[in-house]
Design a protein around this ligand. Structure first.
Ligand SMILES: [Zn+2]
Length: 513
């Protein structure tokens, strides 16, 4: 007799469901798992066997074969433990159960004593399970609060193998208070108290820059001597942005869940901020189709990707960012199949003026030759620079970061005002995107839109600027987008020539100076 039961595992950032078939009985004692299990799944033999025995259940005396279907996809992780153990116990105990295996999925890693541990990628698995017609999901009770955010499924939280088997046989689990959802971060465009004070102590130009970058999610390159506060600026931009909406939070938690970054029933509500080191490889940044490794750009989805010392990154790796910057996604190939991962990130980059960082500073003497400086700056390709909306010098001489004299109440007020303006700007961009039939995400205008949106004066101004600055079409469009953000921050409906001039000045190629 063959027992069938459903489990799930992850592949990249996506979950998929696995049909577990168990045949036990004839032959010499043995335990085999077939169907491309990886090391963690193969090891589940030992965990399952110990968990079944330590739960006071009997183990089949003969040969046990577990088959995982589809057989041609590699199975990863320990999330199949529970399904395998429940299947073996059902078969061994041969008592009637009221379990519709087609509609119920079991997820969970077993400890040797039979208790359940949280699994990574639980949201991704539940999503795929729901799409394949399941109506019930049995999972570790620790992950119940997180799972319940997905609608349309009945969830059963269990502590151990015996509770799962009791539920299979009697349809009930011991009543207990479910643990509250763990929230890693506080809500509404929060920012810590330190963020607020730092923001309030900044100069007007820096505050404006932060609001523009935060309000339009514009890609930004900051240029200036080390210690000028470029990293603090990048963090404040992320902190000033609105918290994730519920669908966005689900998406971000699903992605971060498969990496195990928040496997333990936690909920991210603020936007991701990823700052990979400049030694990051192509696979680390973009993700790897072969092993299913998730890249930094996908982890930064709906948040900020901060590249400090961008000129130290490999130019070949940086150039690969161009496509996801345009489309908000990355196309991966794996075993002949294509997959598309979301990567709608806001690029914030910081760069020193030369390798030693002192060529524009009054604080020290730069020893780089002119050739070395030129070579250093040329590490960013023209097409990549063209995709940046804001390029600006950040003055290394300002002393704001240590200003302790700022009054906390006025700091609070300035932060609230700025955060309100940024929220309002987001709403206007969203409405505009909806009116143009676009998606919820970032709205990138096209040339026709720009021509209709700007009045005659602005169009003339833009044409003049294009010829005098040698701006590409893409550069012009991006400047119009920045002008739009500036207008929205000022509570205008569309940009005027003043906004356009400011946008062009914020895009002035800092590298050419
Ligand atoms: Zn130098």
């Amino acid at each position: 007799m063959v027992t069938r039961i459903r489990g799930g595992t992850v592949d990249g950032i996506d979950g998929f469901d696995v049909l577990v078939e168990i045949d036990a009985g004839r032959g010499l004692p043995a335990f085999h798992i077939v169907g491309l299990p990886n090391a963690a799944v193969r090891e589940s033999r030992e965990r399952v066997m110990a968990a079944v025995r330590n739960s006071g259940r009997s183990w089949p005396t003969g040969r046990v074969v577990v088959s995982l279907a589809p057989a041609d996809v590699r199975k990863e992780g320990a999330s199949l433990d529970l399904a395998i153990a429940v299947g073996i116990c059902i078969q061994q105990e041969a008592q009637p159960v009221a379990l519709d295996w087609r509609r119920t999925v079991f997820l969970g890693e077993l400890s040797l004593s039979g208790t359940l541990r949280p699994v990574r990628g639980v949201l991704a698995m539940i999503k795929s399970v729901r799409e394949s017609g399941c109506t019930r999901c049995v999972l570790p009770s620790l992950q119940l609060p997180d799972a319940k955010r997905i609608q349309g499924l009945e969830f059963v939280g269990v502590h151990n193998l015996n509770e799962a088997l009791d539920w299979v046989r009697y349809g009930r689990v011991p009543a207990r208070d479910s643990p509250p959802a763990v929230c890693i971060d506080s809500g509404h465009g929060a920012g810590s108290e330190g963020d607020r004070r730092l923001f309030a102590s900044m100069g007007e130009a820096e505050q404006r820059l932060i609001q523009v970058a935060a309000g339009g999610r514009h890609h930004l390159l900051m240029h200036g001597a080390p210690g000028g506060g470029k990293t603090s600026l990048a963090r404040l931009i992320g902190a000033l942005q609105p918290v994730l909406t519920e669908p966005e939070a689900l998406e971000v938690n699903r992605i971060h869940g498969v990496t195990g970054l928040n496997a333990r029933a936690s909920s991210l509500t603020t936007r991701p901020f990823r700052a990979p080191h400049h030694s990051v490889t192509r696979g680390g940044l973009l993700g790897l189709g072969v092993s299913g490794q998730v890249g930094e750009i996908t982890l930064a989805h709906l948040g900020v990707l901060f590249l400090d010392e961008i000129a130290e990154f490999s130019p070949a790796v940086l150039d690969l960012l161009r496509e996801p910057m345009e489309t908000g996604q990355i196309v991966m190939s794996r075993s002949g199949r294509h997959r598309i991962w979301p990567s709608d990130f806001q690029l914030i980059a910081a760069m020193n003026p030369c390798r030693c960082g002192l060529s524009t500073s009054s604080r020290g003497h730069c020893r780089c030759t002119a050739l070395e400086i030129a070579r250093y700056r040329n590490r960013l390709s023209g097409p990549l620079l063209d995709r940046l909306d804001l390029m600006t010098d950040v003055d290394g001489d300002c002393s704001w970061s240590l200003d302790e004299s700022c009054d906390p109440r006025s700091a609070e007020r300035r932060w609230t005002e700025a955060s309100g303006r940024v929220q309002g700007t987001w709403q206007r961009w969203r409405r505009l995107a909806a009116a143009q039939g676009g998606s919820e995400g970032r709205f990138i205008p096209d040339l026709d839109f720009c021509r209709n949106w700007l009045d005659a004066d602005c169009r003339d101004y833009l044409d003049q600027a294009r010829s005098s600055l040698g701006l590409s079409v893409r550069g012009a469009i991006r400047s119009v987008a920045v002008a739009g953000t500036l207008a929205f921050l000022d509570d205008h409906r569309r940009p005027d020539s003043g906004h356009l001039a400011e946008a062009l000045s914020l895009r002035s190629d800092a590298l050419s100076t």
